[in-house]
Design a protein around this ligand. Structure first.
Ligand code: ZN
Length: 73
């Protein structure tokens, strides 16, 4: 897990629309707030490979949630 997510990176997530886990490409990254451990919290959007749903559009996906490598989906 990289400390800073980048567009084009892939994350394995369970799609909020079709509920199928798959490796999704990150389409957008937004820096959000600094965590207690000095890492930064980002919000990302990622497109489902199966149904094309944009995950993170309505409910954010947090990347580096308190600790590097933690994703709150
Ligand atoms: Zn999907």
């Amino acid at each position: 897990m990289k400390p800073i997510p980048e567009r084009g990176d892939e994350l394995i997530l369970t799609c909020r629309d079709c509920s199928k886990p798959n490796s999704m490409k990150i389409k957008s990254v937004k820096k959000n707030a600094q965590n207690e451990d000095g890492s930064w919290c980002y919000t990302v959007k990622a497109v489902c490979n199966i149904c094309g749903f944009m995950n993170g559009e309505y409910r954010p996906i947090w990347y580096n949630f308190y600790k590097i490598g933690v994703i709150d989906f």
